[in-house]
Write a protein that binds this ligand. Structure first.
Ligand SMILES: *Cc1c(COP(=O)(O)O)cnc(C)c1O
Length: 369
């Protein structure tokens, strides 16, 4: 890619390693549905995150629905969700007939505050969907992830981690994000740090939950090839083709993590002191910024200006209570402000430094800095 070509905000990166894995599989005359490659991909994720079990499913939305189902969420139950997240988070429980209850996020981390969550708990609350936005952990000032674990223990409300944006990010105590909740969920959709086109994964240390999740994704049976069903289950299985791609992507993850951090650092330096620009902070010792996120004055004008210069951006998630799909009353000032000013800059792994510099120069020019 020459540095004057259009720079998209995001593009997945697949190459020779994925091709080689796929071709070697095609030579084996397999069934294409999940089997040994899928088991190896699950093992790679379990080892990387340190979780006892990993179960892959067809995407990172269904994974959240299955996590909620396995933890007993059903019709009429309330599930606390951040008002700033990808719409998949609340929709995943809406699908079960449960009611997402929206709570605003903290301004620095874009993550729920444990005390705000506590205030939203009612006798019908069954679970909390904790979204680690862009690989960030709950702030230390708010008690860190431990405050959420304590809240879950104290109230009996299940903690589910929507860690879709957090593969390659850790809590201060060394646990990978996704391991503090009863179940943690990841996504391998096209924009994520690694992708299988579509795909999701669940991690847990509980043998019982792992068994439930395996049955839920496979018609309620403990293993394939039989027609004996002890419980209700569905079909959310993976394919070997996705697993081939996933295995090749997992091998690249250790290089992608430092590169993502370096991309963020270069932006942070390039945009330092620009009036009207506020990148969200990252503790890059622990956190791998997946997207470059920030608040920008005159955001829409900036996006138009950058587009004219051949630079793609994406507006950050609108506040969910204002989305037509939910259209709820109430005021959530932080997520509303993100809806007005939040913008993702080009964030793909294949960005080169010259492109980042060009983007920063254009942004500085826009603000007259
Ligand atoms: C990407 C994402 C999802 C949805 O994952 P899919 O694999 O696209 O279904 C859910 N939650 C968050 C926070 C995400 O970023």
């Amino acid at each position: 890619m020459s540095d004057t070509d259009f720079i998209p905000q995001m593009r997945p990166l697949f190459g020779a390693a994925e091709k080689a894995e796929l071709i070697s599989y095609l030579d084996e005359d397999g069934f294409f549905t999940e089997f040994e490659r899928t088991a190896a991909f699950e093992k790679a994720i379990a080892e990387f995150t340190g979780a006892k079990h990993c179960i892959v499913v067809n995407n990172g939305t269904v994974s959240l629905s299955l996590a909620a189902l396995a933890l007993g969420v059903g019709p009429g139950d309330e599930v606390i969700c951040p008002n700033y997240t990808m719409i998949a988070t609340p929709n995943s429980v809406h699908m079960l007939g449960a009611k997402p209850v929206f709570v605003d996020v903290e301004p620095d981390t874009l993550i729920l505050h444990p005390e705000a969550v506590r205030r939203a708990i009612t006798p019908r609350t069954r679970a909390i969907m904790l979204v680690s936005a862009n690989g960030r952990a709950p702030s230390a000032a708010a008690g860190g992830i431990e405050a959420f674990e304590a809240l879950a223990r104290e109230t009996g409300v299940a903690l589910i981690e929507d860690a879709a944006q957090s593969l390659g990010s850790w809590y201060a105590d060394g646990r990978h994000i996704g391991r503090a909740g009863a179940i943690g969920s990841f996504s391998f959709s096209a924009p994520k740090i690694i992708s299988t086109g579509q795909g999701g994964a669940l991690i847990t240390d509980s043998d019982e939950l792992a068994d439930k999740l395996k049955r839920l994704k496979d018609f309620g049976r403990a293993r394939g090839g039989t027609d004996i069903h002890d419980s209700i289950g569905f079909n959310f299985k993976f394919t070997e083709l996705q697993a081939c791609v996933g295995l090749a992507q997992m091998r690249q993850l250790p290089e992608r993590i430092p590169r993502k951090k370096a991309i963020w650092q270069r932006y942070a330096e390039g945009l330092k002191g620009v009036d009207g620009v506020q990148l969200f902070d990252h503790d890059t010792r622990l956190c791998t910024p997946w997207f470059i996120d920030g608040r920008f004055e005159r955001r829409d004008e900036l996006a138009t200006h950058l587009k004219q210069q051949g630079i793609g951006t994406r507006t950050m998630y609108p506040p969910i209570h204002r989305q037509k799909a939910y259209d709820l009353p109430g005021s959530h000032p932080i997520s509303e402000a993100i809806g007005r000013e939040g913008l993702w800059l080009p964030s793909m792994i294949q960005l080169v430094d010259a492109q980042i510099d060009r983007i920063c120069t254009e942004i500085r020019r826009f603000y007259g800095a």
